[in-house]
Design a binder for this molecule. Structure first.
Ligand code: XCC
Ligand code: SF4
Length: 668
């Protein structure tokens, strides 16, 4: 069915993903609304989207739409946009960090032997973490170490004074700068509360001062809450290393019970995975006419289970509704974050049961089965059983026959190993490649999907174009899943797109040119990688000197704002697409870019055109190369080694070959 009126976009305008297009056509046929159609029906509020509306007190809300206008209290547009931005950081940092806290409590329960089904899967990582946190390791049982580490991590959330100890991982120069500027977080929760306090009516009204606190709280996310989430997830569920899996709606199976896990936490989903191979439940599924049980993920819960267990991904953020529209999903099990309230309503048109599991998240119309780590496996089994019960109720099924192979799972530990080998893990090969110009620089492509733009279009285009320019790409979150759909997470396919220098490095080291680093909290892995690159030497003494850029071309969440802020405060240049939430204030927009660049060496800019984004990325990377005294990037300089050279040599006679190799006939 064609779009109903001009205000609706065609499927191709809504998404570049053919699986999504297929489901969007189905949605139109069935007259079902999706985030795509709702975005078309609901224009973004022109006042709120630019940060022009203040609702922090009830003399207002005040909408500042005229030049020079102030709020009832006298607040200026600069103060209001800065406050709004800071509050978004607080919410984003809170979400990430609270996720980290919950994992710390899971580690505690696991180490005490109170968490059903969990165990410490990576004792090495736990020991490393223990050493960093001054927890004695020698001669102690691993569980005892686990208890102490968990307690130390939990204490970081409520820490009142001093410095958050994990910031020690940052390069020396960076820490000195943070100390000088008073940006080192004291405790994770404290900095978030501080933002909420200072942006309350009648407190901090100096935009720069407000945004400084924004950086401090965001650093408590990136180098605190998120880093704890990453580390403890690795300890409990294993540090990722590459494996093969699949991405997109085609991973759902016509003849099996399909269970989707959606949200962000690996905790329950890991147990559901265990439950899906329970012989009793498999027999029960068969009894109900299903050939088996398939588990797949959406969003970052998906990234967590994809990179560790190879559980396939049904897609990224905008796929959550589309998955239900296949009619093949028995249960959509959600935990926290990025879960659309539209799901239960949509599910009513199918046999799908939406199950909320977090004590923090209930949705009207969904079944709530609260997760409790002490009975995790029992709860997981109950959920799987419910899903099986739904199977006979299936109506028409339309699963797009579209999926792509992916190789996710690049932790910084694995990158070390891949580049340096088991005995001398090192980033040397990467640094050398950047220094020689084989790799021009590094781009982190992260963040969401947003129905205000064409789904995946920017992710797909930017990655493809940047690869051509010899840029190594690292990815997390929904951006990573997007890349998976278009073959960019397959070494071979991505190498076809890569420029000659990048290709040469990847062929020599076995490293794919687009690295899946995990979920959104795993943006902390990017900070660790950057710190290690600095430590390795040759690319400057600080993150701000490395030829690297972070981009979030299709972002939508407050967490993305927190991520952008901690990356900028760590010295990185960050470019965000979609919209500038501080557009109402030129002063604040400038502060985030020029102001922060002067202050912390990193900055945030908002760019809505892909070409312009590429231009700014390359310009920044080339400037950083120049500042380091590295040779200017030359596109044709490399790529003459490897297969191409071998094939040419093979075609020559002995004497010609000597001439080609040594420039003169061999002496005899
Ligand atoms: Fe959510 Fe992490 Fe965004 Fe995807 S990328 S839509 S935040 S799931 Ni973080
Ligand atoms: Fe209006 Fe000031 Fe209250 Fe904001 S704090 S709503 S600008 S009166």
């Amino acid at each position: 069915m064609p779009p109903k009126s001009k205000r609706y976009r065609t499927p191709e305008e809504r998404s570049i993903d053919p699986a999504a297009q297929e489901m969007l056509i189905k949605a139109d046929e069935l007259n079902l609304s999706t985030a795509f159609s709702r975005a078309e029906e609901m224009a973004p509020c022109p006042i709120g989207s630019k940060g022009q509306c203040c609702k922090v007190c009830f003399m207002g809300p005040c909408r500042l739409v005229k030049d020079g206008q102030t709020g009832v209290c006298g607040a200026t547009i600069d103060t209001i946009t800065a406050r709004n931005f800071a509050r978004a950081i607080a919410a984003g940092a809170a979400a990430h960090s609270d996720h980290g806290r919950d994992l710390a409590f899971t580690l505690l329960a696991t180490a005490k032997g109170e968490a059903q089904g969990y165990k410490i899967r990576d004792p090495f990582k736990l020991k490393k973490l223990a050493e960093e946190l001054d927890v004695p390791v020698e001669g102690r049982p691993i569980d005892e170490v686990g208890v102490d580490v968990a307690e130390k991590c939990i204490a970081m959330f409520g820490q009142q004074e001093g410095e958050l100890s994990i910031i020690e991982r940052a390069p020396e120069k960076r820490k000195e700068l943070w100390r000088k500027l008073g940006l080192v977080p004291r405790g994770i929760d404290r900095e978030i509360v501080d933002i909420l306090h200072r942006t309350h009516m009648g407190d901090d009204q100096d935009p720069e001062h407000i945004l400084d606190q924004g950086m401090r709280a965001a650093l408590g996310d990136g180098w605190g809450g998120s880093m704890i989430a990453t580390d403890i997830s690795d300890v409990l569920f294993g540090t990722p290393s590459p494996l093969v899996s699949q991405v997109n709606l085609g991973v759902l199976k016509e003849d099996e019970v399909n269970i989707l896990v959606h949200g962000h936490e690996p905790t329950l989903s890991e147990m559901i995975l265990a439950a899906t191979s329970d012989p009793e439940l498999l027999a029960y599924a068969e009894e109900k006419g299903a050939k088996g049980i398939t588990l797949a993920g959406i969003c970052c819960t998906s990234n967590e289970t994809l990179m560790r267990q190879g559980v396939p991904s049904a897609g990224n953020f905008l796929h959550q509704e589309l998955a239900i529209i296949t009619g093949a999903v028995e249960a959509m099990v959600v935990d926290v974050q990025c879960i659309m309230q539209a799901l239960p309503n949509l599910a009513e048109n199918f046999h799908t049961e939406v199950i909320t599991t977090s004590p923090k998240v209930k949705i009207t119309g969904a079944t709530h089965i609260e997760f409790d780590e002490h009975r995790a496996l029992d709860i997981a089994k109950e959920i799987v059983r419910r899903a099986i019960d739904k199977f006979p109720e299936r109506g028409e099924v339309n699963i797009p026959d579209i999926s792509e192979d992916v190789i996710p799972g690049f932790s910084h530990e694995y990158i070390n190993y891949m580049l340096g080998g088991t005995y001398r893990g090192s980033f040397r090969a990467l640094n050398d490649a950047v220094m020689s110009g084989r790799i021009r620089g590094v781009v982190a492509n992260v963040g969401c999907n947003n129905p205000r733009s064409t789904q995946d279009a920017s992710h797909e285009y930017l990655v493809r174009e940047l690869l051509k320019k010899d840029i190594l790409i690292v990815e997390t979150g929904c951006a990573a899943i997007a890349s998976g759909k278009y073959g960019h997470l397959l070494g071979e396919a991505a190498l076809e797109m890569a420029g000659p220098g990048l290709r040469e490095v990847c062929e020599a080291t076995g490293m794919p040119p687009v690295l899946h680093l995990g979920s959104c909290v795993d943006n902390s892995r990017i900070l660790t990688v950057l710190s290690q690159v600095v430590e390795e030497g040759g690319l400057g003494d600080d993150i701000s000197e490395v030829p690297a850029v972070g981009i979030a071309p299709e972002w939508m969440s407050e967490k993305a704002i927190s991520i952008a802020t901690y990356c900028a405060a760590s010295g990185a240049y960050v470019i965000m697409g979609i919209t500038n939430p501080t557009a109402a204030s030129e002063m604040v927009t400038d502060l985030l870019s020029k102001g922060w660049e002067e202050k912390v060496g990193g900055k945030i800019e908002f760019v809505f055109d892909d070409e312009e984004m590429i231009e700014r990325i390359l310009d920044h990377i080339d400037k950083k190369r120049e500042a380091l005294g590295l040779p200017a990037y030359e596109p044709d300089k490399f790529g003459k080694s490897g297969d191409w050279r071998m094939k040419e040599l093979e075609g020559l006679t002995g004497a010609e070959r000597e001439l080609a190799l040594y420039g003169q006939p061999a002496a005899n």
